[in-house]
Design a protein around this ligand. Structure first.
Ligand code: INI
Length: 177
């Protein structure tokens, strides 16, 4: 009985090895990649910090500064339009969208935040371009500060890392038969 179990286990191990799935995962090297960062001027106290975090993350992961374009727009509402135009031009490997919608400041928070999120998702889905969502949607200015380089980290840097990973992943998937 013990022998039978050992034999079965041995068979299972070799069968498992024989059908190992292929795993695709994007690397975190930004070398050789081109990025566009779309950043809003609205709430610039926050968005300039998101921009600094994103740029720093790209450079620390090997991006060439000459291959990073920064596109400034008035507010979150305008981010999808600029991102869509860039995505259709295909001059970049990934787009990073940065802005901040703070509920305390506006009764139309839900419209601005909702449309920005929907529009950015649509750009990625319709063009096949990796588009990272670095849009803060918070109830208070303090929460935004926390996520723009204070105790909540820097969501601009997080978005940049996502952009690097997804650009590499898509390049890999497109080159693999
Ligand atoms: N834009 C933002 O990026 N964040 C906000 O919190 C915000 N508020 O509070 O209204 C905001 N409004 C401007 C909007 O994005 C457009 O620029 C504006 O409506 C002109 O189209």
């Amino acid at each position: 009985m013990g022998v039978k179990i050992r034999a079965a286990a041995k068979f299972l191990t070799s069968a498992t090895l024989a059908v190992m799935p292929r795993v695709f995962e994007g690397q975190l090297s930004a070398a050789g990649l081109r990025f566009a960062i779309v950043v809003s001027r609205f709430n610039s106290f926050i968005t300039e910090r998101l921009l600094a975090g994103a740029t720093d993350a790209l450079l620390r992961h090997g991006a060439d500064p000459d291959t990073i374009d920064i596109i400034k727009v008035p507010g979150s509402w305008e981010v999808p339009l600029a991102a869509g135009e860039l995505a259709r031009q295909h001059r970049h490997d990934a787009i990073i969208c940065l802005s901040a919608v703070i509920r305390g400041e506006t009764p139309h928070f839900d419209y601005v935040a909702g449309e920005a999120a929907k529009g950015i998702a649509q750009v990625a889905a319709e063009t096949g371009m990796p588009v990272a969502f670095g849009v803060l949607t918070t109830n208070t200015l303090e929460q935004a500060i926390d996520r723009a380089g204070a105790k909540g980290g820097n969501k601009g840097a997080d978005a940049a890392l996502t952009a690097i990973e997804m650009a590499n992943l898509l390049r890999h998937l497109r080159q693999t038969p």
